[in-house]
Design a protein. Structure first.
Lengths: 107, 115
């Protein structure tokens, strides 16, 4: 069974920030939180990951709650090319993909 | 950095034949590689984990004699679909994890169609 819960879909306006929530209430102490995205008919693209602290890179920011039971991926300025399925995964080593969130960025 | 390639990107074969898919880590050494399968409108399903120089570990329900995995070097893993049938038609994706072992990088996928 998937260890994460994500909304099935989200719409976002181009140029605005997209905040993607993820619940992972059964996360273990040594499990990372990973975010990947998959554009249609392509392999998943790594976005960001974290263990306890918030993380930021050139693509996105990852906010992890203090109890680590949930996290939020933030795309600061969504573009049309950010339309994809976004997967939140917890684990280490083997990763089990859930259904993800279909994000549609509209003009 | 962290580029993973797959070859071929798509393949069409006749039922009963075998197909080999290659997965290469281009700019890092992959101590562990993973193989996934994705059917239309579904999520990725992990098939097996392979470590360089040792036998692959298959997920429950995946036939190891049908999906042969070889991880002969730190930059190459191969998946051979033996005696392919139409129900094996799918999108096969590999990923590779380097020595830091905290992030998987995925290949672009291989579309297999069995006629």
């Amino acid at each position: 069974d998937a260890k994460t819960t994500q909304p099935p879909s989200m719409d976002c306006a181009e140029g605005r920030a997209a905040n993607l929530p993820c619940n992972h209430s059964t996360i273990s102490g040594n499990e990372y939180v990973y975010w990947y995205r998959q554009i249609h008919s392509q392999g998943p693209q790594y976005i960001i990951h974290g263990l306890k602290n918030n993380e930021t890179n050139e693509m996105a920011s990852l906010i992890i709650t203090e109890d680590r039971k949930s996290s939020t991926l933030i795309l600061p300025h969504a573009t049309l090319r950010d339309t994809a399925v976004y997967y939140c995964i917890v684990g280490w080593g083997k990763l089990q993909f859930g259904a993800g969130t279909q994000v549609v960025v509209t003009p | 950095g962290a580029v993973v390639s797959q070859h071929p990107s798509w393949v069409i074969c006749k039922s009963g034949t075998s197909v080999k898919i290659e997965c290469r880590s281009l700019d890092f050494q992959a101590t562990t590689m993973f193989w996934y399968r994705q059917f239309p409108k579904q999520s990725l399903m992990l098939m097996a984990t392979s470590n360089e120089g040792s036998k692959a570990t298959y997920e429950q329900g995946v036939e190891k004699d049908k999906f042969l995995i070889n991880h002969a070097s730190l930059t190459l893993s191969t998946l051979t679909v033996t005696s392919a049938h139409p129900e094996d038609s799918s999108f096969y994706i590999c990923s590779a994890m380097g020595v830091r072992a905290d992030t998987q990088y995925f290949g672009p996928g291989t579309r297999l169609t069995v006629l």
